[in-house]
Write a protein that binds this ligand. Structure first.
Ligand code: HEC
Ligand code: HEC
Length: 288
């Protein structure tokens, strides 16, 4: 479908069907996410004070998926995303670029070097004087430290690397900083989250705050958290990057979206990530 056709489809869904009741399946809030029978994940937390009571509880997207999809995320042998993680682990050790280095040359084993990194992204980079997403840190190392080419944020090499780095934080609480120099970015992202745009005057909050638990066509609406990214989309058989998801959801609310990697999507990423502070990192999560 073209962008316009997709947009029309979403609008049509809302206008003709509206938000369906949750009669078919409430999110199963009693379900427990334990990975490989040993790693217990925190999937429901108290909202942070800065959410100003907007949510009663913060609930991972995992709860909104059907039992079969949820089960896949509970076992690495069943989780198709683990194949992509394997590719990322191989790339970590692969020499690339004019300097003859791999990621491991400087960072050592990924398990140690990248532990906890995903949980605090995006974060303010003092040296650059800007908010950086994980992808930006990776490309900075590739271009300026390895003499290699930057990876497209939405292509396989980057997605398998962010998955391999992300899984090193699995089970750790999302903990993005929103104070100090990060504050203006967070404010910008918050404004974007609540801005009602487009024909239907919808905001992110219209779907993910006011209607989570309801259906929009076949989709069971979650609270729109980022703790499982990059996620595996079963429908596509590939990983979906953070900015791919944000790009698509922004596009659903307005005529134009912002480019992946843009300042706008990074600010939105920070705000959306902060709404999920305290949830366990689930990377790589499984989605329909
Ligand atoms: C020549 C050495 C070198 C190479 C090679 C290198 N890095 Fe880095 N990397 C650094 C340094 C130095 C920093 C900044 C200091 C730090 O946080 O460790 C950094 C920072 C990072 C960060 C941010 C970490 C944080 O906590 O803020 C990530 C992510 C990262 N590198 C990923 C990679 C990946 C992926 C590769 C391979 C594609 C790679 N790096 C290759 C030296 C290197
Ligand atoms: C018209 C309804 C609608 C609007 C408006 C909307 N989204 Fe979504 N969004 C969805 C649907 C449907 C999904 C897939 C099912 C789910 O997880 O909710 C989704 C998924 C997501 C996810 C992935 C959640 C996960 O756990 O996999 C994120 C993050 C997200 N949206 C963020 C946003 C942001 C940020 C905005 C505002 C720019 C936004 N959405 C606006 C419908 C919407």
């Amino acid at each position: 479908m073209t962008t316009r056709a997709k947009k029309t489809a979403v609008l049509a869904a809302v206008m003709t069907v509206g938000f369906g009741g949750a009669a078919m399946a409430e999110p199963d809030l009693d379900a427990k996410l334990v990975i490989n029978d040993e790693l217990e994940m925190t999937t429901i937390v108290e909202p942070a004070p800065y959410l100003d009571g907007a949510l009663d509880q913060v609930i991972s997207g995992w709860h909104f998926r059907d039992a079969a999809t949820r089960a896949m995320e509970m076992d690495d042998f069943e989780n198709p995303a683990m194949n992509f993680v394997e590719d990322g682990l191989a790339a970590w050790d692969a020499v690339d670029g004019t300097e003859g280095k791999s990621c491991a040359s400087c960072h050592g084993a990924i398990e140690e070097g990248m532990r906890g990194v995903r949980a605090v992204m995006p974060k303010y980079n003092e040296e650059a004087g800007d908010l950086w997403s994980l992808e930006e840190y990776i490309n900075d190392c590739r271009v300026n430290r390895m003499g290699a080419e930057a990876w497209n944020w939405d292509k396989t090499p980057m997605k398998v690397m962010t998955a391999a780095i992300g899984v090193q934080s699995r089970g750790m609480p999302v903990n993005v900083a929103i104070d100090g120099p990060a504050r203006p970015y967070w404010e910008q992202g918050k404004e974007m989250f609540y801005a009602r745009t487009g024909l239907l005057q919808m905001s992110c909050a219209s779907c993910h705050e006011e209607n989570y638990g309801n259906y929009i066509r076949a989709d069971h609406l979650s609270q729109g958290h980022l703790n499982g990214f990059p996620t595996l989309r079963l429908k596509k058989g590939s990983l979906v990057s953070t900015h791919n998801r944000l790009f698509g959801c922004v596009r659903d609310t307005r005529a134009e979206s912002y480019p992946k990697g843009s300042a706008e999507l990074k600010a939105l990423e920070l705000y959306v990530a902060s709404r999920g502070n305290g949830l366990s990192v689930e990377t790589p999560a499984v989605r329909p």
